[in-house]
Design a protein around this ligand. Structure first.
Ligand SMILES: [Zn+2]
Length: 177
């Protein structure tokens, strides 16, 4: 895997915002590992960097397939850059509440509970098995991106006053759609 920041290999595609049905649709498993899939992953990296994100799921650029990319730090501060196809998530450990945001809900951040550790198993663009285990920001990212592929967004994880504040802010942000 050699997706470097600043690489011009892919094409930036527009980010879909909350309100677009593709973000509420459960994505399909990838079954064809071909040049189109490689192009999708390249485009996802370029789109994520263009939008200054640390993670991106395929449905955030309108493609309903189980693929995500990320570039974020693990709990040791090491930068992790990778893609995962057909991820299966296992998250455990205590719930940690920290600020979370999403490219599909621009400008908003809310304290969101996530498990402290997460493992994702899946495959890469060539169909080879990959396994990622992380804590800290990486664990949060793996849970966030897997959620997208199941039609979820992070505000679905909120409750009480935080959830009410998030829903108010989303209603106020009419300019997205
Ligand atoms: Zn997101």
């Amino acid at each position: 895997m050699c997706h470097l920041m600043g690489s011009q290999k892919g094409t930036s595609r527009p980010i879909r915002y909350l309100g677009d049905p593709v973000l509420r649709t459960v994505c399909d498993p990838v079954t064809t590992f071909d040049a189109d899939l490689k192009r999708l992953v390249d485009d996802m990296f370029v789109s994520m960097y263009d939008a200054r994100g640390v993670g991106l799921a395929a449905n955030q650029i309108g493609v309903s397939l189980r693929v995500f990319v990320y570039d974020c730090a693990d709990d040791d501060g090491h930068r992790q850059i990778a893609h995962v196809i057909n991820p299966v998530l296992a998250a455990d450990g205590e719930l940690v509440v920290d600020e979370e945001g999403c490219l599909s809900l621009p400008g908003l951040h809310f304290p969101t509970p996530r498990h402290a550790r997460a493992t994702v198993e899946g495959v890469d663009v060539d169909g080879r098995p990959v396994r990622v285990t992380g804590a800290g920001e990486l664990a949060r990212c793996l849970q966030h991106e897997t959620g997208h592929l199941n039609g979820k967004v992070y505000v679905d994880m909120l409750s009480g006053d935080t959830r009410r504040a998030a829903l108010r802010a989303i209603r106020a942000a009419q300019t997205w759609t």
